[in-house]
Ligand binder design. Structure first.
Ligand code: ATP
Length: 736
């Protein structure tokens, strides 16, 4: 297949450089891009291409792999893991064998089989031990016991049946996956994205799938998994990045973040918009060369009411407001010019003349100004009067928390909690056409509308054409018409679905997956829900790990406002990451989060016991000792200790990295806070001053629980301050 695709690519490329018509050229580029994409996909599956075999009761066998392959006679050689016939590989058990007598896991290195592991599912030939097992236990344990690379890997070869049920769950509706640390929520969510795109390609490829994660380090940690699953129609993003054109960088106090994430902020933003639509009661005089026109309170109020009743967003309702006032002004002008009865055409002429008069434009701009979301929020948060008007329901102290200094030249002013507010504002304000902004004149509104309609027509035309080409060439299974058309329209620039979606605030995704979903605030959820009008979503998280002060305490509270009673919940209960010895200590910490919470069951023991050491002066030596043991190490520190401990560690070990980012993932040692380490995992973890982590934030217990559950092999605690009661089980480290 690689050779064939390469040949096709070569042939297309050989058709020459800049010759031919524009249409020919862009078609050639489109095909070249498509073949290159397919070729890339074929090369990406090299490792572990085939990882399983199913022997069926009817004596047939199927090989399961990363992609499907057929020979020239269309005989199936390899079944894609996502195909329905591959499902028994993950779902069959001795009790429900699905017609399978044996499931074989193949471990390979390059093209060579280096290990085989069988599950016998034929009840008549089984021992008791066989019946109780995990799916491919040996392969699973080999996989989860392996050293970590700092990047997440795919698990197609060892997906467990409780995970498989979630991955293959129906596309429609909201699915919540609640599970403790290390239960595979993130990997399951990623495999679900790949599965859904494979199974519902027709519905999803055009709209794409959005995966939201907690922070950029986390996204880099998982980004390699998706290409290996063969998926390019997926946009990975954080909430902070979801509003195009804004990068939220400002760190703010938890109490401010909590307030801005509060559902009441929706009304505050709505009132801030209404504040811009207030009109004066006193008459407004407009002095022109020959006469003065007057807009009295009644006319202004009538124009405002009409604009608001239209239910259009602020910037779009402006047209109605303006038209009403211009009509009133035109009639007045006619009177002043001594014209008695005039017909509609004459009135229109006067109106158009007035529209271009500078004093008229200035007055209309003052009365109903265009506003961008940025202007609206800066205006709101920097003015006590505006806050009093818009956030009247808030207490004095709360309004005080929202008040800020205006941005200085070039300053990045936005915090993560502003992003959903910008989105909310954008929704209520609507678009200002960029051309209108550029021209600085509002006369062009009708013209703009005409231009938009023409662009839409052109798009439709291209789409029909694209469909025909794809059908004729038999390529409609690997490329969808919308994409093909986009390549055409964009001339030389080809944007993937994900890229187009990223640039468009109003993009509606086919499916949205939210990871670490417990961290999202009520305002975040409003923004996310706007991105998926069909409410086809997968929400994964662990309420016990909620670190954000605006985050979730119950899934019902989060979802009922949107899909009351119409969401389903699945649980994951087996921890594939943290060994039992470490989980025993972590579950004591979990009791601090909630006395009734139950930690997931670890799938393996390693025999290494977690330890405690003091004083913190020993940190450098302990880090060095851990580095000798090998693997990736992370030192998890309190927020207030980032500088101090970061320096100690980076000085002790060459190549150590303090702070988040992809460098932290690749370094042998990284220093992170619990928030930054959320969702990640490392071979070894050292937690510094746990008591401080506990006390530092209102959700300190959750943060410590997160810190204690990041290690796949070894865990230690270093402290000078008191050791929290929950950690008394720890053994003292021999060097202290
Ligand atoms: N079926 C499996 N086969 C092999 N490895 C698995 C399997 N399921 C999970 N794992 C591994 O277990 C580890 C934990 O998975 P993951 O990070 O998805 O858990 P999580 O539930 O998202 O954890 P957290 O809540 O702590 O972020 C990963 O290394 C993952 O590859």
């Amino acid at each position: 297949m690689r050779e064939r695709t390469q040949r096709q690519l070569d042939e297309v490329l050989a058709q020459g450089g800049g010759g031919g018509t524009h249409q020919n050229r862009s078609e050639r580029d489109t095909f070249a891009g498509m073949y290159a994409e397919r070729l890339g996909r074929l090369w990406a599956v090299e490792n572990g291409l085939c990882f399983g075999r199913l022997d069926n009761a009817d004596q047939t066998s199927l090989y399961i792999g990363r992609i499907g392959l057929a020979d020239d006679e269309q005989r199936r050689l390899l079944i894609d893991w996502r195909a329905p016939v591959a499902q028994p590989f993950y779902g069959a058990t001795p009790a429900a064998s699905m017609g399978v007598t044996r499931r074989r896991h193949l471990q390979t290195k390059g093209r060579k089989v280096i290990g085989v592991d069988d599950d016998l599912l034929d009840l008549d030939n089984l021992t008791d031990d066989d019946v109780a097992t995990l799916n491919g236990e040996a392969a699973l344990l080999a996989s989860i016991g392996a050293m970590r690379t700092g990047r997440m890997r795919d698990i197609v070869a060892t997906i467990q049946s409780e995970q498989d049920r979630i991955i293959r769950s129906d596309l429609g509706g909201v699915l919540v996956v609640q599970g403790g640390p290390g239960t595979g929520k993130t990997v399951v969510a990623l495999h679900r994205a790949a599965y859904l795109l494979y199974t519902h390609r027709d519905k999803l490829a055009r709209r794409g799938v959005l995966i939201l994660g907690p922070n950029l380090t986390f996204l880099r940690y998982i980004e390699q998994v998706l290409p290996s699953l063969g998926e390019t129609d997926v946009l990975l993003s954080t909430v902070a990045e979801l509003y195009p054109g804004v990068t939220a960088m400002v760190r703010e106090r938890p109490e401010v973040a909590r307030l801005k994430g509060d559902a009441r902020m929706a009304e505050v933003v709505a009132r801030a918009v209404r504040e811009r639509q207030r009109v004066p009661r006193q008459p407004v005089d407009i002095r022109l060369d020959r006469y003065t026109l007057r807009l009295d309170g009644r006319v202004l109020e009538a124009a405002r009411t009409r604009a608001i009743r239209s239910k259009k967003p602020h910037n779009e309702a402006r047209g109605i407001f303006v038209r009403h006032l211009l009509n009133a002004l035109a009639r007045q002008a006619a009177r002043q010019l001594g014209k008695g009865m005039i017909d509609d055409d004459e009135l229109a002429d006067i109106r158009e003349d007035l529209r271009t008069e500078r004093p008229v434009k200035a007055a209309l701009n003052r009365l109903w100004p265009y506003a961008t979301p940025q202007q609206l929020l800066i205006g709101l948060f920097t003015s006590r009067e505006r806050l009093d008007y818009a956030a009247g329901e808030f207490s004095e102290a709360e309004r005080g928390l929202l008040l800020r200094e205006p941005p200085r030249q070039g300053e990045n002013w936005w915090a993560e909690s502003d992003v959903p507010l910008l989105d909310e504002a954008a929704e209520l304000l609507g678009d200002i056409d960029p051309a209108v902004l550029r021209a600085g004149a509002w006369v062009a509104e009708e013209e703009q509308a005409a231009r938009r309609a023409a662009a839409l027509d052109e798009r439709q035309h291209q789409l029909t054409y694209a469909k025909e080409v794809l059908e004729l060439t038999g390529l409609s299974d690997i490329m969808d018409a919308e994409k093909f058309a986009a390549r055409h329209l964009g001339d030389d620039v080809y944007l993937t679905t994900a890229e187009r979606a990223a640039a468009d605030r109003t993009w509606a995704f086919g499916h949205v997956i939210v990871d670490e979903a417990q961290e999202l605030s009520a305002m975040d959820w409003r923004m996310v829900m706007r991105r998926v009008p069909t409410r086809s979503m997968t929400i994964v998280g662990d309420l016990a790990q909620t670190g954000s002060s605006a985050g979730a305490r119950s899934w019902g509270r989060v979802l009922d406002p949107y899909v009351a009673g119409r969401w389903r919940e699945e649980h994951l209960s087996v921890n594939y990451r943290t060994p039992a010895e470490l989980m025993a200590v972590a579950s004591d910490v979990l009791k601090l989060v909630g006395p009734d919470l139950v930690a997931p069951t670890s799938v393996r023991e390693t025999g290494t016991v977690p330890w405690a050491a003091s004083p913190v002066e020993a940190l450098a030596d302990l880090v060095k000792a851990e580095v000798v043991e090998g693997g990736h190490l992370v030192v998890i520190v309190p927020e207030s200790g980032v500088g101090e401990f970061g320096e100690i560690v980076t000085r002790a070990v060459g190549g150590a990295v303090a702070g988040p980012g992809s460098a932290a993932l690749d370094a042998p040692v990284a220093v992170l806070t619990a928030t930054q380490a959320k969702g990640l995992e490392f071979d070894a973890v050292i937690v510094v001053e746990p008591e401080l982590i506990l006390r530092e934030s209102p959700r300190g217990a959750s943060d410590l629980y997160v810190a204690m559950t990041r290690a796949t092999q070894r865990l230690g605690v270093v402290h000078s301050g008191p050791l929290p009661d929950a950690l008394v089980r720890l053994e003292r480290h021999p060097i202290t």
